[in-house]
Design a protein around this ligand. Structure first.
Ligand code: COA
Length: 174
């Protein structure tokens, strides 16, 4: 919890994660409560991203990844993610974590479609999502407020059939 809370206190991380800083900070106790109250039936869930660079060492929490707005009838949900330790940006960890998370959502949760979104300036995030197979589907004009003003929101999506195509149609375990 301390590590995750520390991510929220990093102005640069929170700018890219949510366009702003102030209103992204819940109290640490609120975060603990939120995580503790998670249930498998929720329409949203949080997970952490860990890295183990050396088999002899303990894994380190470098970020978080979550789904929200899960609509079971439509088999879809929206993913949000952040790598909160900036030393790990741009080294492929984001794409690796997203790829594993997508696999879980398609295989275990039987989703048909996954959404992601960010503001148009966040080229690193857009490129990361594209590497995993997400496609830019549209732009909602000035739909996000950021510390740099209103920004267009890029809407991205990935379908289960596209994921299967990219992974050789291994339906026994995606
Ligand atoms: C977005 C985020 C999760 C991506 O994770 P990551 O580990 O940094 O991403 P990856 O290294 O897997 O991929 C990043 C890609 O973007 C590219 N990239 C970086 N900066 C870029 C820029 N300014 N323009 C274009 N591409 C850029 C990298 O070169 C890399 O592509 P490549 O592998 O083809 O070279 C992470 O950077 C992060 O948490 N950022 C801050 C919070 C955030 O933006 N969250 C998402 C909000 S929706």
């Amino acid at each position: 919890m301390d590590t995750i809370y520390r991510f929220r206190l990093d102005e640069e991380v929170m700018f890219w994660a949510s366009g702003g800083f102030g209103n992204a900070i819940p109290a640490r106790e609120q975060l603990v409560e939120e995580f503790r109250n998670q249930s498998p039936l929720d329409t949203r869930r949080f997970f952490v991203i860990e890295v183990q660079e050396d088999a002899q060492e303990e894994p380190v929490v470098i970020g978080q990844i979550s789904f929200r707005n899960m609509v079971r009838v439509a088999h879809r949900a929206t993913i949000g993610m952040l790598i909160g330790d900036r030393r790990y940006w741009g080294k492929g960890y984001g794409a690796a974590a997203l790829s594993e998370f997508v696999k879980i959502l398609f295989a275990r949760y039987n989703l048909n479609r996954i959404d992601m979104d960010t503001f148009v300036d966040n080229k690193r995030a857009i490129r990361c999502y594209e590497k995993v197979g997400f496609t830019v589907e549209g732009v909602r004009r000035k739909a996000m407020w950021t510390m740099n003003g209103f920004r267009d929101q890029v809407i991205m999506g990935l379908l289960q059939e596209e994921w299967l195509d990219r992974n050789g149609n291994k339906t026994y375990y995606l």
